[in-house]
Design a protein around this ligand. Sequence first.
Ligand code: HEM
Length: 179
Amino acid sequence: MKGIVFTEFLEMVEEKFGLEMVDDIIEKSDLASEGSYTAVGVYDFLEMQQLIVHLSEETGIPVQKLIYEYGRYFFDVLAQGHANIFARYASPIELLASVQDHIHVEVQKLYPGAELPTFEISKKDEKLLEMTYYSKNSLYMFAMALMEKTFEFFKKTPVIDYNLVEADGSQVKFVISEQ
Ligand code: HEM
């Protein structure tokens, strides 16, 4: 997992819960990096898993809710850092349908070592997109948050349903429609 995902995560934890919380969750985790991350580095996803589980234990907020909130936060980082990419698309459905074949292909070049999910589109029209998320990291609530924020970016309202095809969240089908 790319370092920027860690640095921004700890930034969010500091903003929302304070610096002491950052120290606490690093302290509780068994981290090869010792909790010292750079945006361009690459670190084991197990480190992120531990940080999130410990944040959940400390705050009482469920893990999936924290992953979702982090997705919403990370979208703003992406939208600021990559405004040029967002500017290419005329609608949220067009943008989301391009993540697999265009956006993340470019991301792989910009962020060497990035671990990206796979999205497989099964249905698409102007107002509807059905696509299945695949990733061993099971960050489907992160995907959900990025999808919602993509609609907000275009000042549109979505209805997003999802269904865990695999119980561990490594394969999740999304049905996304624009209202
Ligand atoms: C300009 C737009 C985008 C950029 C620059 C971008 C970049 C990235 C980066 C750097 C990561 C971290 C990779 C790693 O952990 O090593 C990531 C992960 C991810 N991105 Fe994107 N992304 C963009 C748009 C989107 C959108 C719109 C979606 C919504 C479907 C999306 C879905 C995801 C998911 C779900 C992950 C987590 C990885 C996983 O599930 O295994 N991305 N992206």
